[in-house]
Ligand binder design. Structure first.
Ligand code: ADP
Ligand code: ADP
Length: 229
């Protein structure tokens, strides 16, 4: 488990202020980043995982600054970014390797430990029986669960998910969120998941960070999440 601390984070893209002086802290929690499209959720997650450089402010994990470095952050995307032509198992395995690795070298480099991790991660997301199915033959919800398993194989210190259920129907969205929460619990990893649906957030979140127009709107626990937020 770990503590993620965001201090006075600001991100400007030219004239657009995507984040303005945002501060919050999450500790050993399954936290939700809530906001409408354009609120700054993706920008926040991209700053945390190092894909974007903040204009100003500080991000730290367990007191260590992570801005500009490469923390071990597992990331789940709205469009899963899986390799569709290969199996769920092979996709899960890629979590253990750097992005430039080819499928051939993946096969060569897999050892019993990474195999075990990949199968265990697929079991956590309920896909052990589908391990050898091609991702292209799976449903959208199953594909997102493969994405979760890949992130788990990274053995992350922090789990981030950017609108992981935005392109799913409501029932698949609930299923995927349930597996995501289970994955965070089983691996005892602090998670920050961006969502725009308050009902799904309320069902799974343990803490709620609200953004509007790049500013922090609320930072509350389950008992304070009221319909007028
Ligand atoms: P969300 O994920 O909540 O939809 P984003 O972080 O994607 O919000 O966007 C926040 C704001 O920053 C929006 O106004 C968006 O148009 C703008 N923005 C995001 N990325 C870029 C970029 N690369 N260049 C310019 N503006 C951007
Ligand atoms: P999301 O709402 O999920 O963040 P967007 O469609 O806003 O998705 O953004 C998709 C990509 O386009 C991101 O890489 C983002 O940084 C970039 N982007 C978003 N808004 C702008 C913008 N106004 N100008 C340039 N790039 C943008």
């Amino acid at each position: 488990m770990s503590t993620l601390t965001i201090e006075n984070l600001t991100k400007e893209y030219g004239d657009v202020t995507a984040l303005e002086d945002v501060s919050f802290e999450i500790e050993d929690e399954f936290a939700v980043l809530l906001g409408e499209s354009g609120a700054g959720k993706s920008t926040m997650l991209r700053c945390i995982n190092g894909l974007t450089e903040p204009t100003s402010g500080h991000i730290s994990l367990d007191g260590e600054p992570i801005t500009g470095s490469q923390p071990n952050v597992g990331m789940i995307f709205q469009q899963h970014n899986l390799v569709e032509g290969i199996s769920a198992y092979m996709n899960a395995l890629t979590g253990s390797l750097d992005r430039a690795t080819t499928v051939e070298s993946l096969l060569q480099r897999q050892n019993s430990e990474t195999k075990r991790q990949a199968l265990e991660a697929l079991q956590t997301v309920g896909l052990l029986d589908e391990a050898h199915q091609r991702v292209s033959q799976m449903s959208g919800g199953q594909q997102q669960r493969v994405g979760i398993s890949r992130a788990l194989v990274q053995d992350p210190d922090l789990l981030l998910a950017d609108e992981p259920v935005a392109s799913l129907d409501p029932s698949s969205a609930e299923t995927v969120m349930a597996y995501l929460k289970k994955a965070a619990n089983v691996h005892e990893v602090t998670a920050l998941v961006s969502l725009h649906q308050v009902n799904i957030a309320a069902h799974f979140g343990e803490r709620f960070i609200g953004l509007r127009d790049g500013r922090l709107l609320f930072d509350v626990g389950p008992e304070e999440l009221t319909p007028d937020l």
